[in-house]
Write a protein that binds this ligand. Structure first.
Ligand code: 13P
Ligand code: SF4
Length: 346
């Protein structure tokens, strides 16, 4: 690795709050160098979610490995534009599946088969068919955090960034929203107030965001009375109701949170979302302070720089099928329309 690239990468990691000894670790830097070379040799790109650890969030232009870093909506849009032969997806399985549905002629590799999601696992295609039978004619909105087979049963998908706009825009006075009950309840308050619509919910939850309790946030608000609160839609509605109005801040998606900090005059923020979004925010806003009760998504953290390198090493060899996302044609066709409709709200 050239001196310039080496120092740019290590410096970016330190800006994101990573210690110098970790940022300058030789094994890490060697892996970064190999990944950058493999991407070029094998015509691959890396798409990386904001919940990945910092080492996977530094962009290629800054000496890192990611060609694009974003939230699940941004990553979906990026997937439609990939011209390289292959995508290595640093995120979780439902995200990699969405990339495959949107760009089926490209190979999509997920560096760990264990990168699941408690929300995606909480609901099946069969469950959605059951809901549709029980509530005939009511439109179904499936959160992007579902598997492709489940999406294929929905009328439209959404991400945390466009869920509110989609729920408000749908025709009729009711809608089915699956599978996150807490996001559903948080959305329901706004949707009901602004349109009078009822939302029928499922009982799934995010195993990370459901852990943010009122007492935990209230305790931090007492310790940091000047701080504003940044909470993701998936945080329990009870926590949001008891904390947000005390300090001000935002309830929204990952990108809403990032944009809110850019606009806010506050200098301190309490983050009610995945731990490594704290690294993203520190990298973007080095002069602001982020208090982060560090709850990590165990699924996202299945993927690290070394597994990403393994996936790239396997690309084009007989080991590739350990990492490749394969979906049958019926599922791809079924999931395409609901995802495409979602992208009209991007
Ligand atoms: P975003 O849609 O904000 O990227 O969130 C993804 C996710 O997994 C939230 O838990
Ligand atoms: Fe799923 Fe929650 Fe992890 Fe997001 S943070 S991938 S919703 S378990």
């Amino acid at each position: 690795m050239s001196v310039i690239t080496y120092s740019a990468y290590a410096q970016k990691l330190q800006e994101m709050g990573i210690s110098r000894s970790v940022a300058e670790n030789t094994d890490l830097l060697k892996a970064v160098e190999e990944i950058r070379e493999l991407k070029q040799q094998k015509r691959a790109v890396i798409l990386s979610h904001y919940y990945m650890s910092a080492e996977l969030q530094v962009t290629h232009a800054n000496g890192g490995v990611a060609d694009f870093v974003g939230d699940s909506l941004g990553l979906s849009v990026a997937a439609t534009k990939v011209e390289a032969d292959a995508v290595v997806f640093c995120g979780v399985k439902f995200m990699a599946e969405t990339a495959k549905v949107l760009n089926p002629s490209r190979k999509v590799l997920l560096p760990s088969s264990l990168a699941g999601c408690s929300l995606a696992e909480s609901i099946t295609a069969e469950d959605v068919r059951f809901l549709k039978k029980k509530h005939p004619g009511i439109p179904v909105v499936a959160y992007i955090n579902t598997y492709a087979e489940t999406k294929a049963e929905a009328d439209i998908c959404c991400t945390s960034r466009n869920a509110l706009a989609i729920a408000k825009a749908l025709p009729g006075d009711k809608l089915i929203f699956v599978p996150d009950q807490f996001m559903g309840k948080n959305l329901q308050q706004r949707v009901k107030a602004e349109t009078g619509k009822e939302m029928i919910l499922w009982e799934g939850s995010c195993e990370v965001h459901e852990q943010f309790s009122p007492n935990q946030i209230l305790g931090l608000q007492m310790m940091y009375p000047e701080a504003e609160l940044l909470v993701h839609w998936e945080v329990p509605d009870d926590t949001v109701a008891r904390t947000l109005s005390r300090s001000g801040g935002i309830l929204g998606s990952t990108t809403d949170i990032i944009n809110y900090v850019a606009e806010s005059k506050a200098e301190q923020f309490i983050l009610g979302s995945e731990c490594d979004l704290g690294a993203t925010l520190r990298g973007m806003y080095p002069h602001k302070e982020f208090i982060v009760p560090c709850i990590r998504c165990p699924h996202m953290k299945q993927i690290d720089i070394y597994r990403t390198r393994d996936a790239l090493r396997a690309l084009g060899t007989e080991r590739e099928d350990l990492f490749r996302i394969d979906l049958n044609e019926t599922v791809i066709q079924g999931a395409y329309l609901p995802i495409k409709r979602m992208l009209e709200f991007a």
